[in-house]
Design a protein around this ligand. Structure first.
Ligand SMILES: C[S@@+](CC[C@H](N)C(=O)[O-])C[C@H]1O[C@@H](n2cnc3c(N)ncnc32)[C@H](O)[C@@H]1O
Length: 275
């Protein structure tokens, strides 16, 4: 049966998995920082805005946005007390954090110019309620920017049989936990359904080549693998995924001996305007 609390219940994970997941999210934010900045700017973020980072996790992205907001401010909200205490170390005048659930936001109507939700919607069992809340807390003319993945937009070459087995198991587990591994393609219609205007869906490709920059060899592919979660987020109710994920990652790393190996995923960037 589909779970109502969604597929990322961080505080239910055992502590060594929590620690690794925090490290992975921080690493991912760091590796994709240039891309992130391009995403906010294309979405219409300007340095004077009042911003909400919903499902802020470790707060590393919230901090990067705060540094961009020379005359604005940002608040990060997450439902996990562990994530919020991790994020609070980054607090400063223009950046604060608050515990909260996306489907019942503790802010008055029309509080924000820009709401950012990165890798949140794939975990929500009731995305429409969160979108209604986002729309409520945005000022008229404010922007919603949702960034997420879609499991059909993950690929490797050469193919890795254990990776396919693992990916199929993750899709099944995430659906059972109330999440949606194919949310990326749906976000635009979700925004339109709750009344957002000027809705646009773009896809940024994150590839091993993108990460490789100017480094020779397979460094980009190793870095690409380190971005991926390999089942950690679902460990509380699907511990088997860690074993399948470890096998897939270890088989993928064996490809590092080849002259060229490639991996990529699509990051869906979906924006809409509160009319
Ligand atoms: C995959 S992490 C992404 C964190 C961060 N946005 C990033 O990109 O690094 C998803 C985050 O969403 C939070 N989350 C999940 N469901 C939530 C909800 N209903 N309300 C608020 N936060 C939620 C989780 O606690 C977790 O920190």
């Amino acid at each position: 049966m589909k779970q109502v609390n969604g597929s990322y219940q961080f505080d239910r994970l055992i502590s060594n998995i929590q620690t690794k997941e925090i490290q992975r999210l921080n690493y991912q934010s760091q590796m994709l920082q240039n891309l992130e900045q391009k995403i906010w700017q294309n979405a219409g973020l300007t340095p004077t805005m009042r911003v909400l980072d919903l499902g802020c996790g470790t707060g590393k992205i919230s901090l990067a946005i705060a540094q961009y907001l020379t005359h604005g401010s940002i608040i990060g909200v997450d439902r996990s007390p562990t994530m919020i205490s991790e994020a609070e170390a980054r607090t400063r005048d223009s950046l604060t954090f608050q515990l909260g659930n996306s489907d019942n936001l503790d802010f008055p109507d029309s509080s924000f110019d820009f709401v950012y939700a990165r890798l949140l919607f794939q975990h929500l069992s009731d995305p429409q309620t969160t979108l209604t809340e986002i729309k409520r807390v945005l000022k008229p003319g404010g922007i919603a920017c949702l960034v997420d993945v879609d499991d059909d937009w993950v690929m490797f070459h050469p193919a890795i049989a254990s990776m396919v087995t693992f990916q199929e198991a993750v899709v099944k587990a995430q659906l059972e936990q109330g999440g949606d591994p194919h949310v990326g393609r749906k976000l635009g219609s979700y925004l339109a359904d709750v009344g957002f205007g000027r809705v646009k869906t773009a896809i940024e490709i994150v590839s091993s080549d993108l990460l490789q920059n100017n480094v020779e060899g397979s460094v980009g592919f190793a870095a690409f693998l380190d971005l991926l979660s390999f089942g950690a987020a679902f460990h509380d109710r699907h511990p088997d995924l860690i074993t399948l994920g470890a096998k897939a990652k270890s088989d993928a790393r064996k490809l590092l001996d080849l002259p060229y190996v490639w991996g990529a995923f699509g990051l869906f960037v979906v924006t809409g305007l509160k009319l």
